[in-house]
Design a protein around this ligand. Structure first.
Ligand SMILES: [Fe+2]
Length: 273
């Protein structure tokens, strides 16, 4: 099943496939051009993490499959079929992908993917050195180990996140995040989840890191979904200096003092059981 957030310009934002367990099957990233795609494929092959070319899924052209060092599946593509709304979903203002649906939480875009990894740093290094991303924020433990890294590719302050998996497993998902327009939408989302029997894990509250206003819920398959309202905070500095949070700073909890819930460190998908 193909699902689209309402302002996604592409054919789909998410593809649901039946499986015996939960988790994220593959994360697709769009290159900036055909030339950029070819450059990245060369870099991935040189890093020894390439899998090979595959015929495009619905709405996308040829895709190059690879993995990160932790074993999460990825693919990279350039050709993409832009979404063409049917008449009844055509927006009045032509600079949005479709008319505002006003249904459910009405998520506007797929905002970011947060992976769990047995070790975060090799994956952050891979995204930076091979895929061309940059670290915007990170957590460094007293031991010197980097336990989480937020990386971005353009001006939005993060697109991919790696968090240390305390179970030591590889290839798991922490959460996928979807963004509606406003903070108020996040509060309404909490009410909608409550009325629909969707498990609320934590929030609404505001993260200290990246200052994102958040709500975390589990979808029926067990995957953690974040509904997020990132503040209008863009990374415009080409020489951005990564923000490093210490263990003591993290122990203070989230922005307004909410303690980080224990399951945040233990629940990932597929389940560790
Ligand atoms: Fe998140």
């Amino acid at each position: 099943m193909y699902l689209r957030t309402w302002d996604d310009y592409e054919h789909h934002s998410l593809k649901l496939t039946a499986h015996s367990t939960s988790g994220i099957r593959r994360t697709a990233l769009r290159a900036a051009s055909q030339e950029a795609l070819e450059r990245r494929v060369k870099a991935i092959e040189a890093a020894g993490l390439g899998v090979g070319w595959a015929d495009g899924d619905a709405g996308i052209g040829p895709t190059y499959r690879f993995t990160d060092p932790d074993g999460h599946d990825f693919e990279l593509y350039w050709e993409s079929e832009w979404y063409d709304p049917p008449e009844h979903l055509r927006p009045s203002l032509k600079n949005q992908a479709q008319a505002y649906p006003g249904r459910g939480v009405s998520v506007r875009r797929l905002d970011h993917v947060n992976f769990l990894a047995a070790a975060t740093e090799p994956n952050g290094d891979f995204v930076r050195d091979v895929l061309g991303g940059r670290v915007t924020e990170q957590i460094r433990l007293d031991s010197g180990k980097i336990s989480a890294q937020w990386l971005h590719f353009a001006t939005k302050s993060y697109d991919l996140v790696y968090t240390e998996d305390w179970t030591g497993r590889n290839g798991r998902l922490h959460h996928i995040a979807f963004a509606p327009d406003t903070r108020e939408d996040i509060l309404r989302a909490a009410d909608i989840c409550l009325d629909n029997g969707v498990f609320i894990e934590t929030g609404p509250h505001k993260h200290a890191i990246q200052q994102t206003f958040f709500l975390y819920v589990y979808e029926p398959g067990g995957n953690r979904i974040e509904l997020c309202n990132p503040v209008a905070r863009l990374i415009l500095a080409p020489d951005w200096r990564p923000i490093t949070w210490t263990e003591a700073e993290r122990a203070k909890g989230q922005a307004w003092g909410l303690k980080t819930i224990d399951s945040f460190h233990t629940h990932g998908t597929p389940s560790a059981d």
